[in-house]
Design a binder for this molecule. Structure first.
Ligand SMILES: C[S@@+](CC[C@H](N)C(=O)[O-])C[C@H]1O[C@@H](n2cnc3c(N)ncnc32)[C@H](O)[C@@H]1O
Length: 242
């Protein structure tokens, strides 16, 4: 059997007629991940602390309900947090968390180019969209790190090893929309992610972006993430590391 498979593979390499499918690769990939997403949702939709599945109304502000549920469930209002947000834009979500956690020792790092998306996202957003000035806040616990994650995150990790390995809980908020940014950031942070840390995805149910990054991250690193809460039919989904 193995010899047969090797033979067929050899034939296809010499006579690559499978290239007739090339124009449809993105479609096949989309269908593949959309099906994986559907199965994932049906396997995980029950037993969560909070979920609105299935809801006809998509309302972006529901994400604040999700955050509140997480604060309540994990008692996040008072504990010293290391909050890392990837994709800050105007700072709306980061500021929500600044107001929700008042522990003086907490630190809130917000990473963004602030010049907008580094590449097109889906069919609707172009490179450069979502650019914003670095947010302004009087809260000294907030620190903004400007630049591509691919440049700034390795430097941040080198400089902040102490806080990254400290026992405090990390809340990693992935809101960069893009597959590339999400898989890169999670892979870089993997050595510092520990049981009890929380990972929030802002666009979890987008098949070829955050969902694909989630799938590959969990498969490649054998990391167990338990879904805890979700809104907008898993568009925003929160996990705890097991
Ligand atoms: C949806 S916005 C963030 C929204 C924000 N969290 C909020 O609450 O309003 C996505 C942001 O991710 C940033 N981004 C995406 N990929 C990035 C990368 N590789 N490096 C730095 N920033 C990136 C974009 O610049 C954009 O501002």
């Amino acid at each position: 059997m193995l010899r047969f498979v090797k033979f067929i593979k050899g034939v296809l390499l010499v006579f690559p007629f499978t290239l007739i499918f090339y124009p449809f690769l993105r479609l096949f990939l989309f269908l593949s991940y959309f099906n994986k997403l559907i199965l994932w949702i049906y396997k995980n939709r029950k037993g969560m602390v909070y979920s609105d599945f299935f809801s006809f109304k998509r309302d972006y502000n529901k994400r604040y309900r999700l955050y509140s549920e997480m604060v309540k469930h994990f008692g996040l209002a008072d504990e010293p947090l290391l909050y890392l947000e990837f994709g800050v834009a105007s700072g709306a979500s980061l500021k929500w968390w600044l107001n929700a956690n008042l522990n003086e020792a907490s630190r809130f790092y917000g990473f963004d180019t602030f010049t907008g998306l580094p590449e097109n996202w889906g069919g609707f957003y172009s490179q450069g969209d979502m650019h914003h000035d670095v947010p302004v806040t009087s809260d000294k616990r907030a620190i903004f790190v400007k630049g591509l994650f691919q440049d700034t995150l390795p430097r941040f990790i080198d400089a902040q090893k102490e806080i990254l390995v400290s026992p405090r809980r990390k809340l990693i908020h992935m809101d960069a929309d893009l597959y590339s940014a999400t898989i890169f950031s999670l892979s870089q942070l993997y050595p510092y992610i520990k049981k009890g840390d929380i990972i929030l995805f802002d666009e979890f149910n987008v098949p070829l972006h955050e969902f694909k990054a989630y799938q590959e991250f969990t498969e490649a690193f054998y990391i167990q993430l338990k879904p805890v809460a979700a809104v907008n039919n898993f568009y925003q989904t929160a996990f705890v590391v097991e």
